[in-house]
Design a binder for this molecule. Structure first.
Ligand code: HEM
Length: 496
C-alpha cells in the first residue's frame, strides 16, 4: 500500500510502522492515527510490564542487577508506573477515542494528520521519560514524576488530539450523542485541567499533598477510567451485535460519575496532614461512587443477558467481561477502603498496590485489549489467530490472579499485624515485613504469564496484518458505521 504524500510529510515514522505490519496500514488517516496510538501503546505496555517485573524482583533482592544507580528501585518504580499509565493506557485510550468518535458521529476525523503527529510526539515523550527517570530527573511526587518539559509536551499532544475530536463531534451527523462520546468529552476536558493544575510547580506542604491527590486520583479516575468505560459502552454492544440495555441508565450513570468522581482524591489523605473537610469529602463521594458504578454494571449485565453462551467462542468478549467484573470489584473495594476505620489498616501496606492492579491491570488493560481485538478483527478486517487469542486470555488471567490475590492477602496479613502497633509498642512490625516474602515471590512469578501473554498479543496482531483483509475495506466502512449508529438509534427508540 502506498503512503500518501501528506503522511510522508507530516510523520515519516508511519512508514516505519507500516513496514512492521508488512506495508499494510489502513488507507484512512484516522485509522492510521489510531493504529499508531494503539500499537505504540502495546509496545510501551510490554516495556512497562518488564520494568514492573524487575521492580518486583528488586523488592526481594535490592541488589539485583548490581549497584547501577540508573537501575535502582527508586528509579525503576516510577519508570514502571508512568510507562504503563501514560505509554500504555493513555496511548491506547487516545487510540480508542480516535476510532470510536468518528464512527459514532459518522464523520471523518477532522485533521487526522495532527493526531498522527501527536502520536509520534507522545512516543518521543514516553521514551524520554524512561531515560530522564533513570538519570534521576524527577519531580518526586507520585504519578507526576515526569519533569516539566515532558509535562508540557503531554499537554500539547493531548490538546492536538482533543481539538481534532472536538471539531469532529461538533460536525456530527447525529444530533444526539451516544454515551461513549460523553465519556470521552469528560475525559479529555478533565485531563487537560487536572494535568495542568497538578503539575504546576507552585505548591508546598499540605497544600501540595492535597493537590497531588486531586491530580493523581483524577488522572486515574476522570481520565483513564472514563476512557475505559466509554470504550466498554461501545465494545460490548458491538461484540454482541445487540443494542445497549438502557440508554437512560447509561446517561444517569455518566452524570453521577462526572459529579462524584472529581471529589474523590481526598480519600487518599484520610489521617493525612490536611484539614478534615478534605478527607471527609473524599469519603462521602467515594461511597457515592457505588451508584454510577452499580448503574454501569447493571446496564452491561442487562446487555449481556441471554448471551452468556457467546463467551465460550468470543475471546474479546471474555476480555470485556473480565474488565467489567474488575471495574465493579475495584470500584466497590475503593469505596470501602475510603472508610476511615478500614483505611487506617488498609492504607499502609500492600493493599493500595493490589487495588491499583485490580483497577488498571484487571479493568483498564482488559477493556483496551477487548477493544483492540475488536478494531483489528472487525474494524480493519484482519484475521486473528484464534489459538493465540485464547492463549493470550488464559495467560493474562493466570498472571492477573497470581498478582492480585496474593497481594490482597499480603494486605490483610499486614493489616492484622499493624493493628498490634501502638504508641508504646512496635508490635509485630518485623513479622509483617518478613511475612510478605512469599506473596512478593508470587508477584514476580505473575510477571512471566503477563509479559509472555502480551508478547503473544503483539505477535498475533503483527501476524494478522500479514494476511489479506477478510473483506473490502470500503465495504467495511459501510458495514461498521451504520451498525455504530444502530447502537445509538436503538437506544434512542428506547428513550421515546
Ligand atoms: C498494564 C499493567 C500494569 C499496570 C497498569 C500497573 C500499574 C501500577 C501502578 C498504578 C502502580 C502504583 C501503585 C501504588 O502506588 O499504589 C504500580 C506499582 C507496581 N507495580 Fe505495576 N502495573 C502493571 C503491571 C505490573 C507487572 C506485570 C508487575 C510485575 C510482575 C508490576 C509490579 C509492580 C511493582 C513491584 C510496583 C511497586 C509496588 C510498591 O512500591 O509497593 N506491575 N503498578
Amino acid at each position: 500500500m502506498q503512503n500518501s504524500v501528506q503522511d510522508r510529510a507530516i510523520a515519516p515514522g508511519l512508514i516505519w510502522l507500516n513496514r512492521i505490519v508488512g506495508d499494510r496500514l489502513p488507507e484512512k488517516v484516522q485509522d492510521r492515527a489510531a493504529c499508531l496510538w494503539l500499537f505504540s501503546g502495546i509496545f510501551w505496555m510490554i516495556i512497562g510490564m518488564s520494568l514492573g517485573m524487575i521492580s518486583a524482583i528488586k523488592m526481594i533482592y535490592p541488589g539485583f542487577l548490581g549497584g547501577v544507580y540508573e537501575l535502582t528501585f527508586g528509579r525503576l518504580r516510577p519508570a514502571h508506573v508512568n510507562t504503563v499509565l501514560f505509554g500504555w493506557l493513555t496511548m491506547s485510550s487516545v487510540g480508542s477515542s480516535l476510532v470510536i468518535v468518528p464512527r459514532l458521529t459518522k464523520r471523518h476525523l477532522y485533521l487526522g494528520e495532527l493526531a498522527v503527529f501527536a502520536g509520534w510526539g507522545f512516543n518521543a515523550i514516553t521514551a524520554a521519560s524512561i531515560v530522564t527517570l533513570a538519570l534521576g530527573l524527577t519531580k518526586g511526587k507520585e504519578y507526576q514524576e515526569w519533569i516539566l518539559p515532558l509535562n508540557t509536551g503531554v499537554l500539547i499532544c493531548i490538546n492536538l488530539v482533543a481539538a481534532c475530536l472536538l471539531v469532529t463531534v461538533l460536525e456530527r451527523r447525529d444530533e444526539r450523542i451516544y454515551v461513549s462520546i460523553w465519556y470521552f468529552i469528560l475525559a479529555y476536558a478533565a485531563l487537560d485541567i487536572v494535568y495542568f493544575v497538578g503539575n504546576l510547580p507552585i505548591y508546598a506542604g499540605s497544600q501540595d499533598a492535597a493537590i497531588n491527590w486531586f491530580y493523581a486520583h483524577n488522572l486515574l479516575g476522570m481520565w483513564l477510567t472514563a476512557c475505559s468505560i466509554g470504550t466498554l459502552y461501545y465494545v460490548v454492544p458491538k461484540l454482541l451485535r445487540k443494542k445497549l440495555f438502557s440508554h437512560a441508565l447509561s446517561l444517569w450513570s455518566f452524570w453521577l460519575f462526572a459529579a462524584f468522581y472529581v471529589w474523590n482524591g481526598g480519600h487518599h489523605l484520610v489521617y493525612g496532614p490536611v484539614p478534615m473537610v478534605i478527607p471527609m469529602l473524599g469519603i462521602i463521594f467515594a461511597l457515592g461512587m457505588t451508584l454510577p458504578v452499580g448503574g454501569t454494571f447493571v446496564n452491561m449485565i442487562g446487555t449481556l443477558w441471554g448471551r452468556f453462551r457467546d463467551v465460550g467462542s468470543n475471546v474479546p468478549l471474555r476480555f470485556a467481561i473480565l474488565a467489567l467484573l474488575n471495574y465493579f470489584l475495584a470500584s466497590y473495594e475503593g469505596s470501602m477502603e475510603a472508610i476511615a476505620l478500614i483505611n487506617i489498616n488498609a492504607h499502609f501496606g500492600d493493599f493500595p498496590v493490589a487495588h491499583a492492579h485490580l483497577g488498571f491491570l484487571g479493568f483498564a488493560t482488559s477493556s483496551m485489549t477487548a477493544f483492540i481485538y475488536l478494531f483489528v478483527e472487525r474494524g480493519l478486517k484482519r484475521p486473528l489467530t484464534p489459538l493465540l487469542t485464547s492463549l493470550h486470555f488464559w495467560l493474562f488471567s493466570l498472571g492477573f490472579l497470581l498478582y492480585v490475590v496474593p497481594l490482597h492477602l499480603a494486605g490483610f496479613m499486614e493489616a492484622a499485624r499493624w493493628s498490634t502497633l501502638d504508641n508504646q509498642h512496635v508490635g509485630d512490625m518485623v513479622g509483617a515485613l518478613v511475612g510478605r516474602s512469599p506473596y512478593y515471590w508470587l508477584r514476580v512469578l505473575s510477571g512471566l504469564p503477563l509479559v509472555g501473554g502480551q508478547l503473544i498479543f503483539a505477535w498475533n496482531l503483527i501476524w494478522a496484518f500479514q494476511s489479506p483483509p477478510t473483506g473490502e475495506l470500503d465495504a467495511l466502512e459501510a458495514e461498521w458505521s451504520p451498525h455504530a449508529t444502530e447502537v445509538v438509534s436503538l437506544a434512542r427508540e428506547e428513550l421515546r
